[in-house]
Ligand binder design. Structure first.
Ligand code: TRP
Length: 328
């Protein structure tokens, strides 16, 4: 029996923080290590073009992200890891999907509505077509499952619809794809614990990056908000405990959890324990990442190898699709 196929992607915009790590990367590594799936993970650099960046920056961020993923434990021998733009079939299939997808469906997408409202200036057509390219990413490999966070479920549902519209017009070809949701802990900002951890407001202290050195982690955690007027368990404390649960030992977490319950907790101690746990958890990551980035040729080779594996599959699908739709 062939293993079910899994596809997921991540945009090379900015650095990887612990929210993104828990939300996606950690899960991909667990799926990889379960050995139950054939897994394709890619850097979605074509999707990143919907936000304007310089060529130098985009290329550098794609490489860094690939190094980040491998340093986290994604193993190119077990997971097919590649860069989306290495494989022109993604864009080609997206064009064909453009022609079976009603515009009205694209305009309803939450992410499009959000982005086009926030980003007044650069509302390019790519933002609207974004989920079509995503459907092409997924269906090129005929994925059964797409491990993503809640925010991407709508895009995976649209992928199913697109497969359906294609199949209705041309006959059954693409499979039904499902989102593979895992329980993802909600990681909130350190200085703004009522909002998702993100650097978008320009406040670097709000976010722990995977690359943060222990001294930086400590400094940021110390600045994390704990108290609010009114008392009781505050969102800030709740968030620190969530993080300790994810990154620390079970005993340490229990100790602080109990102390919080009986009111004997000292937030300074909690912060120190969490800073230590984080520094520890990502120690190996920092070393591996530095090694990978010190050897760009090797990194390039790994990605070229991933691309050639993925491309063989993508080309096969496109050969079928060209025939099915009547193009050369
Ligand atoms: N849109 C996804 C995100 O922003 C990234 C992505 C692009 C993706 N293509 C994909 C995820 C295909 C899963 C499958 O997170």
């Amino acid at each position: 029996m062939p293993k079910p196929i899994i596809v997921s992607g991540i945009k090379p915009t900015g650095t990887l923080n612990i929210g993104g790590y828990l939300g996606a990367v950690k899960n991909w590594i667990a799926l990889q290590n379960s050995e139950k799936y054939e897994q394709y993970i890619f850097i979605a650099d074509l999707h990143a073009l919907t936000t304007a960046t310089s060529a130098t920056r985009l290329r550098a961020e794609s490489n860094k992200l690939a190094a980040d993923l491998m340093a986290c434990g994604l193993d190119a021998k077990k997971t097919c890891l590649f860069v989306q733009s290495h494989i022109p079939e993604h864009a080609e299939l997206a064009w064909i999907f453009n022609c079976v997808t009603p515009i009205s469906e694209l305009k309803r997408m939450t992410q499009f509505k959000d982005k086009s409202q926030k980003q007044e200036k650069n509302i390019n057509a790519g933002l609207l077509m974004y989920p079509i390219l995503q459907a092409a990413d997924i269906l090129l490999y005929k994925a059964a499952n797409v491990p993503v966070g809640q925010d991407q479920v709508q895009h995976v549902e649209l992928t199913r619809d697109i497969a359906h519209w294609f199949n209705r017009r041309y006959g059954d070809y693409f499979p039904e794809t499902k989102a593979l949701l895992t329980e993802i802990p909600k990681v909130m900002g350190l200085t703004e614990p009522t909002k998702k951890m993100s650097k978008s407001d320009g406040n670097a202290d709000n976010v722990i990056e995977l690359t943060d050195e222990p001294s930086v982690i400590e400094k940021k955690i110390k600045r994390a908000v704990t108290a609010t007027a009114g008392g009781g368990q505050t969102p800030g404390v709740e968030n620190l405990l969530t993080l300790l649960k994810q990154f620390g030992s079970a005993t340490t977490h229990k100790k602080f959890w109990d102390a919080e319950k009986d009111g004997s907790i000292r937030y300074g101690d909690l912060k120190q324990a969490l800073a230590n746990a984080l520094a520890n958890y990502f120690a190996d990551f920092r070393t591996k990442r530095a090694e990978l980035l010190a050897n760009p040729k090797k990194l390039e080779n790994i990605l070229a190898e991933g691309a050639s594996q993925a491309r063989a599959v993508a080309q096969k699908t496109m050969t079928d699709v060209r025939k099915i739709v009547g193009i050369r």
